[in-house]
Design a protein around this ligand. Structure first.
Ligand SMILES: Nc1ncnc2c1ncn2[C@@H]1O[C@H](COP(=O)(O)OP(=O)(O)OP(=O)(O)O)[C@@H](O)[C@H]1O
Ligand SMILES: [Mg+2]
Length: 308
């Protein structure tokens, strides 16, 4: 059985006014049938570019992409039919209402009499009371829900979500994940990009990380978590940290987080604080999470010029 999605040495160079810009460098990656797969990376890493090539919206400059064995360029219709893509950008025809939008999309995929499934989608995505509302009458988060419904209207075996929860409230995020996880259990393959790393950690079996168009990590989520320093020392302070400590700390406002693999390292940090005359407040120790791994991976792959 072919992979659900196979990216084979995919490169992409955009023509820009400043000259060619290479957004992807030979990305190779197979996503297996039934997987819940996460594609992570900072802004501009190339995630949307990779998804656009998969969806046939952009062409790879080199390499190729297969969807269940169908080449996305040579065999576009068959490849596209397998995919439900939730794009990052909100684009709609403002003249149609929600149900019409979903019916039109069904027609586009040749699915007739789809109202039972459309109702289920509306219900699952909290849109039932907006079925007859015009697209332009919806809030941003509601529009994103319609995008999700639109992508799922033909029950695609492979669901591709490009930041589906950006701008979506907490309650709907949970509803959405519950629904997508249910579809995944039923056998649908899921490819997800998100900047909410706790979502990726909770949902994805495997994760790839992109940085500057290059793949810098590809692993099972559980294995990625094992590569992190196992603990993080967390405290609050208003005082500037000693430089050696600041270099390894993650500081958010007055919250400081320091990687610490064991008790000795925690003691070492606390001693350094004492020596610097800093009394840390609200001291906590927590297990490292995917965000810690992500920052480590991205930090480790900083080119020397950028680091300096
Ligand atoms: N049409 C285009 N023309 C020129 N450059 C582009 C084009 N689309 C994207 N890029 C560039 O390619 C790089 C990757 O962009 P892409 O949208 O794939 O990033 P991303 O990982 O999806 O980021 P984000 O997390 O912000 O969505 C960026 O530097 C971007 O400026
Ligand atoms: Mg993007």
């Amino acid at each position: 059985m072919p992979a659900a999605v196979s990216f084979q040495s995919v490169s992409k160079t955009y023509a820009t006014p400043k000259g060619p810009f290479q957004a992807l460098h030979q990305v190779s990656l197979d996503i297996e049938e039934g997987e819940f797969f996460g594609l992570l990376g900072p802004n501009g890493a190339g995630k949307t570019t990779l998804i656009s090539i998969l969806a046939g919206l952009a062409r790879a400059s080199q390499g190729r992409v297969l969807v269940r064995g169908h080449d996305v360029q040579a065999d576009y219709a068959n490849a596209r039919h397998q995919l439900g893509v939730v794009p990052q950008e909100l684009v709609f025809d403002p003249f149609f209402n929600v149900r019409e939008t979903l019916r039109i999309q069904s027609g586009y995929f040749g699915v007739k009499n789809n109202d039972a499934w459309i109702d289920e989608l509306l219900e699952s995505l909290g849109l039932s009371d907006k079925a007859t509302a015009n697209m332009r009458q919806l809030s941003g988060g509601m529009k994103r829900r319609v995008l999700v419904a639109q992508a799922l209207v033909h029950k695609p075996p492979i669901i591709v979500l490009d930041e589906p929860t950006a701008g979506v409230d907490v309650e709907l995020r949970q509803t959405l994940w519950h629904f997508i996880a249910k579809l995944n259990k039923q056998g649908h393959t899921v490819l997800l990009t998100t900047h909410y790393l706790e979502e990726a950690e909770a949902l994805c079996q495997r994760i790839a990380m992109l940085k500057n168009g290059r793949m810098v990590a590809l692993s099972r989520t559980s294995d990625l978590l094992k590569t992190a320093t196992s603990n993080v020392l967390l405290f609050k302070t208003d005082v500037a940290l000693p430089p050696a400590m600041a270099a390894q700390a993650r500081v958010t406002g007055r919250i400081v987080q320091l990687p610490a693999s064991d008790a000795a390292e925690i003691e070492h940090h606390l001693a350094a604080l004492r020596q610097a005359g800093i009394t840390p407040e609200d001291v906590e120790i927590r297990r490292a999470d995917l965000e810690d791994v992500f920052l480590q991976v991205m930090g480790a792959n900083t080119p020397p010029a950028e680091a300096a």
